[in-house]
Ligand binder design. Structure first.
Ligand SMILES: Cc1ncc(COP(=O)(O)O)c(C=O)c1O
Length: 360
């Protein structure tokens, strides 16, 4: 027991930023590995302290344009993580009550982001392989203002087939439907190369949080080829967060200059952990998809809310209730923690399954 009173676990916000050495956290999706050295190296001489450009530093936007062929620095806005980019993008395209489609399970913020923009979330369930069922998706797209895509997916860990992504891209283009393509895990795909979506109405949301392990530094970005949309986003940002932290932007720029081997090496680490966790959970008899990207697993559990509660208060383990992602009856495990902790976590989970869980 961590204490006598057991406050209710309300949602992800209960756990974000929480953690100590005794806890095994399969919770928050943040890399435990450090950012590239290059990112820290700039700190010694950094002396900026004034407001920065609301759109983001020229140098960072130009560097992003240089590595994303066919784009221009003016088409990027540097944001407080992909989180702010999502919020700004949705508010920029908002029409009161308009429908916004997403696959379920979804990243837990999506429905609230859509509602805060005054629109209505609409869901299509992933199929038994964790893929978007195109026919059902297509039907809904026709009545929607926008589609939110997230491949690789948090929390499913699956990657959508390129063929499906291309069909959605083409249909949305024909219908004038926006695509919000959340590509924060694009550098963490284990099964194929990334496929980035393109088009006049494709708004790409990306981040330095996962690729460069810089979650707390809060740097992400939005890209759209539509300059009037970009202008709208900048105008909104000038009344809310204003510029993204200038020191974080300088660190992000330095991270882009790190050797490509940084990302490749980390991917190897993630794959080893993925295998360890996947095999470990299978051995414990759990039913789940094999992750193809990102760093999440979503096994089935009876009474997922009670599981998350009991694992936290009785086994000192943080896990996330699938219900927060539109998938009750599942528990999300992030494997962004080191091998020893994963092994210890699997041991504790094994004990829980053999004892308490049997009487559920
Ligand atoms: C799918 C997805 N989108 C967006 C975010 C937000 O990331 P950021 O730290 O860039 O705000 C996350 C974070 O976990 C995520 O999993």
């Amino acid at each position: 027991m961590l204490g006598k009173t057991q406050p209710k676990i309300s949602g992800p916000e209960f756990f974000i930023g929480r953690g100590d050495e005794t806890l095994i956290s399969f919770g928050s999706g943040q890399p435990d590995l450090p950012p590239p050295d290059e990112a820290f190296a700039i700190l010694k001489d950094f002396r900026g302290f004034k407001y920065g450009q609301v759109q983001g530093n020229d140098s960072l936007r130009s560097a992003l344009a240089a590595i994303n062929p066919g784009t221009n620095a003016d088409e990027f806005v540097i944001t407080n993580g992909a989180s702010e980019a999502l919020d700004l993008a949705l508010r920029a395209i908002a029409q009161p009550g308009a429908r916004v489609l997403m696959a379920r399970p979804y990243y837990y913020s999506y429905p609230r982001n859509v509602e805060l923009a005054g629109m209505t979330p609409v869901y299509v369930d992933l199929d038994e392989k964790g893929k978007i069922p195109y026919e059902a998706f297509e039907k809904e797209i026709r009545t929607c203002r926008a589609v939110m895509l997230n491949s690789p997916s948090n929390p499913a860990g699956t990657v959508q087939d390129i063929e499906t992504l291309k069909k959605i891209e083409t249909l949305c283009d024909e219908l004038g439907v926006y695509i919000l393509s959340d590509e924060v895990y694009k550098d963490l795909i284990y099964v194929r190369e990334n496929y980035s979506l393109h088009g006049e109405r494709v708004i790409t949301l990306d981040s330095f949080s996962k690729t460069y392990a810089m979650c707390g530094l809060r740097v992400g970005f939005l890209h759209s080829p539509d300059r009037s949309l970009v202008q709208k986003v900048i105008e909104m940002k000038s009344h809310t967060a204003m510029n993204t932290s200038i020191v974080s932007q300088a660190m992000a720029l330095a991270a882009l200059g790190s050797p490509r081997s940084y990302v490749a090496n980390y991917k190897k680490v993630w794959m080893e952990r993925r295998d360890l966790m996947y095999e470990g959970l299978k051995e414990l008899g759990l039913e789940l998809w094999k992750p193809e990207g990102a760093f999440y697993l979503l096994p089935k559990f009876k009474e997922s809310g009670k599981v998350v509660h009991d694992l936290y208060y009785n086994y000192q383990m943080i896990t996330y209730d699938g219900a927060w992602f539109g998938a009750p009856g599942h528990v999300r495990f992030s494997y962004a923690l080191d091998v020893k902790k994963i092994q210890e976590g699997l041991k504790r989970l094994g004990q829980f399954l053999k004892t308490e869980y049997r009487s559920y």
